[in-house]
Write a protein that binds this ligand. Structure first.
Ligand code: NAD
Length: 496
């Protein structure tokens, strides 16, 4: 479906349902409240969404607890859960066009990437954990002859999942995959800014054979539904992805309630280091522009601090600026569009506020810097590059979460490492160098959960994703994610 008008036409007939899914059924909020969801593409009204509050969360947690306690899911053999989850993944792929269109209308990302990235990555994640779950063995400890000690992993119980709006389906899948495969029940609270695909996923899960009650989705605001979920006394763990500001609250909620486990996947201000011994700086410039402006810059791991050696910085900045015409904002429903709409007016104003701060603090804007496509009624900002940035500036310190790149210059390796690590965040980093010793040395010195060398795009469900420092504590993806949603049990058996 490559014709732009086709997606716009389909959007007019798409079924939009903002009601919660509890015990496998669509339901309105207990107290009947709803909020109106508008599209960032053009400000059009999309639908009403149930405004879940504490009673809705309580109903969802009760449903999830009952499902866990009667073992309708946890009690199934791993191979059976595998088959059902594989069916779930197949259903996601079968609904590819619908889910991609919902995602684009809801949060403004280009339809080509919703189709090529978000939907397949969601399905692959669910399928990968399905495949893994009947291949993971437990342990027997090396104890003396007169005893046997079994070390086993057990499903934890009811997992509360709270996710952001930037990759609504993928962020949900990174938690749902391991949590459901391990046998838990889940209550998912999607972002109020992009709840529609999560609600649809819950329906597909039931169609695939996941028993009602095992996956409940309650939309609503963070300070209402989110807070009620994180404070709930019968939730065993919270898998949270979002801002560092709200991640702090998650720890506080756990302290104030039942000390539930909290796994935080938070913000980032990732550094991209280009050394003068890297010989294809045009490739480095293309890569950083592509990664920075992907998803409108609304990616936790966007390489928003670009650190370049003094001797190549002028040329590098020119090359990066020359990339920006490719990323001019366009209609997200047009399959040719590379950069879509920011999620809402608030986010757009935040991004424009950071651009103003960059100017005020003396950074030099070499490209972009303006709002775009005002005539559409949607929320667009040009891809923006600031040169002459220092780590003391707000645009280098704070996560902008929009298409704004800061270029900083360094004189030597030690300064580059100090600048890269001079951040409260530690999600990802990238080192560009042909010197193998330097590449290893710098990669080791960087305080980040993932370090790329001479690339930034590689990503796979097989590897952990998460941050150091204030970028969080948990790890999504890979087999390590099972650790978050299982309890480790030791059983001692005396052998007479
Ligand atoms: P956010 O923290 O504002 O919201 C995230 C979720 O928390 C939403 O569902 C929201 O409704 C809920 N929430 C908000 N306030 C709450 C409260 N008081 N109590 C309980 N829940 C509350 O983040 P956002 O703006 O939706 O997303 C952007 C952030 O997410 C960025 O900082 C980005 O870096 C981060 N992120 C991190 C990763 C990662 O894997 N590390 C991935 C994607 C996004």
């Amino acid at each position: 479906m490559s014709n732009p008008s086709t997606w716009s036409e389909r959007a007019t007939t798409l079924r939009l349902d903002g009601r919660a899914v509890i015990e496998g059924k669509r339901v309105d909020a207990v107290e009947g409240q709803a909020f109106v969801k508008h599209s960032p593409i053009d400000g059009r009204r999309l639908t009403e969404v149930a405004r879940g509050t504490a009673p809705d969360i309580d109903a969802a947690v009760k449903s999830a607890r009952a499902a866990f306690d009667d073992r309708r899911w946890a009690g199934k053999a791993p191979a059976v859960r595998k088959k059902i989850l594989q069916r779930f993944a197949d259903k996601i792929l079968a609904a590819k066009d619908e889910l991609a269109l919902l995602e684009t209308l809801d949060m403004g990302k280009p339809i080509q990437y919703a189709l090529a990235v978000d939907v397949p990555a969601t399905a692959r994640c669910i399928a990968w954990y399905a495949e893994a779950v009947d291949k993971v063995y437990d342990e027997i400890a090396p104890t003396p002859d007169n005893a046997l000690a079994l070390i086993t992993r057990e499903a934890m119980g009811v997992i509360g999942v709270i996710v952001p709006w930037n990759y609504p389906m993928i962020m949900a899948a990174w938690k749902l995959g391991p949590a459901l495969a391990a046998g838990n029940s889940v209550v998912l609270k999607p972002s109020e800014k992009s709840p529609l695909t999560a609600l649809r996923l819950a329906e597909l899960a039931v169609e695939a054979g996941i028993p009602p009650g095992v996956l409940n989705v309650v939309p609503g605001y963070g300070h209402e539904a989110g807070e009620a979920l994180a404070l709930h006394m019968d939730v065993d763990a919270i898998g949270f992805t979002g801002s560092t500001r709200v991640g702090r609250r998650m720890l506080d909620y756990a302290g104030k309630s039942n000390l539930k486990r909290v796994y935080n996947e938070l913000g980032g201000k990732s550094a991209f280091l280009v050394f003068d011994d890297y010989d294809d700086i045009a490739r480095a410039a293309r890569t950083v522009a592509g990664s920075m402006f992907f998803n409108q810059g609304e990616s936790c791991n966007a390489p928003s601090r670009v650190l370049v050696h003094d001797s190549i910085a002028d040329e590098f900045v020119k090359l990066v600026a020359a990339e920006t015409p490719k990323y001019q904002p366009g209609d997200p429903l047009n399959p040719a569009t590379e950069l879509g709409a920011l999620v809402d007016e608030t986010q757009m104003k935040t991004v424009l506020g950071y651009i103003a701060a960059g100017h005020e603090e003396g950074a030099h804007c070499v490209s972009g810097g303006l709002q775009a496509r005002q005539e559409t009624g949607g929320f667009y900002v040009q891809p923006t590059v600031f040169d002459g940035v220092s780590n003391a500036m707000k645009i280098a310190r704070e996560e902008i979460f929009g298409p704004v790149m800061s270029v900083l210059r360094f004189k030597d390796e030690a300064e580059a490492i100090a600048l890269a690590n001079g951040s409260s965040y530690g999600l990802q980093a990238s080192v560009w160098s042909h010197n193998i010793n330097r590449a290893h040395r710098v990669a080791k010195a960087l305080r980040a959960g993932t370090v790329h060398v001479n690339q930034y795009d590689e990503d796979d469900i097989t590897v952990p994703f998460g941050g150091y420092k204030q970028s969080g504590n948990g790890r999504d993806k890979s087999l390590h994610a099972f650790d978050k949603y299982t309890e480790l049990k030791t059983t001692w058996i005396r052998l007479d």
